[in-house]
Ligand binder design. Structure first.
Ligand code: SF4
Length: 413
């Protein structure tokens, strides 16, 4: 019977998976081969990644209660995949004041948030002091709220404006309250692709310099990849290799997060002959490959429920992912743009999705320390979500749509 289950798996794929499970490090040719996996090979890859996930993380699936706060959507960088940015004179351009940001923090804390994620567009009228003032303002009112803020693109911009050495600039932000940084603005860490996606954005060497320096001064970060557009498998592999190389040097990445490209409302998806985002199989393949390729260097593999939707997110938990990411909580962006949905997956929904695939939900902080375990559903805490939110009514409502995705993808990226 078992033989029947595995007889269709290619011999070379089986050998690579076997080596990965025995603890050997995969190389670029292994990764390229696995990226080509289809059918039984893909199923075997997902199964192997699930076994590795079980070895690395056991049966826990973590999530963080957090809020995304985008302080401005004014940006002039012009990335082709971005549907978020606006020019200053556009009707729906915004620039949130510190009191508005603090009000959002207040609401987040009332709803159980331990983290706020602060990112914005690159507005040439702002500078390093604007970035610092947001940190100072939040820290003053919420000294224990973790501030996860500023993509490498924003760090690059603020650093240029500051005139300080990079490490001094990062320490200056840390002294103002910066806790960790998002590893966004990565897209594909290969300049051949970056020159098409976002020629005005920082290139690979600068991304590496900023992230490595951040790690060295004590700031940890996430690592991301945006796939499913114009990249080829070799670009994905070189991205994976670079991230692993940095992690070997610094140990500063908390997790790896594959982000599938959303093509509907941006230039790249419409005119540059990009693929219309990844297939479900490709989403699972990236998660599974990340699990096998990065072990033992990065053992937290996060799926994006915003990109995948809840059901595929559950499948990702069966293909190597051990983290559901953040509840996000921010819904004003989609409401302001007239959408029916928002971006919020409350903790009770997180727990339900996790339990439905037979895992145990645990709430973590940004640095992956476990804050609470939820072994017994009968003892779950009551919801902290505001009662008068009809859009949350019913046990299975889930809210996510393109305008939400724009925020992550933009990201501010
Ligand atoms: S992805 Fe970020 S940097 Fe690029 S245009 Fe959008 S907001 Fe600006």
């Amino acid at each position: 019977m078992l033989e029947q289950l595995y007889q269709d798996v290619s011999r070379d794929v089986a050998k690579i998976l076997d080596r990965a499970l025995s603890g050997a490090e995969l190389d670029s040719s292994d990764a390229l081969r696995l990226l080509g996996a289809q059918g039984a090979d893909l199923q075997a890859l997902c199964r192997a990644a699930d076994v590795a996930r079980s070895d690395d993380n056991g049966g826990d699936v973590s999530f963080v209660v957090c809020r995304n706060i985008n302080f401005t959507n004014v940006c002039y960088v012009g990335c082709s995949f971005c549907g978020f940015s606006r020019h200053r004179d556009e009707e729906d351009a915004y620039d949130r004041s510190l009191p508005q940001i603090l009000e959002k923090c207040r609401d987040a804390v009332a709803r159980g948030a331990t983290e706020v994620c602060i990112q914005g567009g690159i507005d040439p009228h702002k500078d390093h002091e604007d970035y610092r003032d947001i940190l100072l303002g939040i820290r003053k009112e919420f000294p224990s709220l973790h501030i996860h803020a500023y993509s490498p693109e924003e760090i690059d911009f603020g650093h240029e404006k500051s005139g300080m050495p990079l490490d001094a600039y990062l320490k200056w932000l840390m002294a103002a309250g910066l806790g960790t940084i998002p590893g966004t603005a990565a897209e594909i860490l290969d300049d051949e692709v970056r020159r098409v996606l976002a020629p005005n954005k920082l290139m690979t060497a600068r991304w590496r310099e900023i992230v490595s320096t951040a790690h060295r001064v004590g700031l940890r970060s996430t690592a991301t990849i945006m796939y499913g557009h114009i990249e080829k498998p070799r670009h994905v592999v070189s991205h994976f290799e670079l991230v692993r190389e940095i992690q070997k040097e610094t140990g500063g990445f908390t997790e790896f997060v594959p982000l599938g490209f959303i093509h509907e409302k941006n230039l790249l998806g419409q005119v540059k002959f990009s693929r219309p985002g990844p297939s479900a199989g490709e989403d699972l393949k990236l998660i599974a490959l990340a699990r096998l390729f990065f072990r033992p260097w990065i053992t937290n593999i996060q799926m994006s429920w915003v990109k995948m939707g809840p059901k595929l997110a559950q499948m990702a938990l069966l293909a190597g992912a051990n983290d559901m990411g953040g509840t996000l909580m921010e819904e004003s962006i989609s409401r302001e743009s007239g959408a029916d949905h928002g971006e919020n997956l409350p903790p009770e929904e997180m727990r339900r999705l996790i339990r439905e695939v037979g895992r145990t939900p645990v709430e973590r902080n940004t640095r992956y320390q476990i804050l609470r375990r939820f072994d017994d559903p009968e003892k779950d805490p009551p919801s902290l979500e505001p009662k008068a939110r009809p859009e949350l009514a019913g046990p299975r409502r889930f809210r996510s749509e393109a305008s939400v995705v724009r925020v992550q993808q933009h990201g501010p990226s």
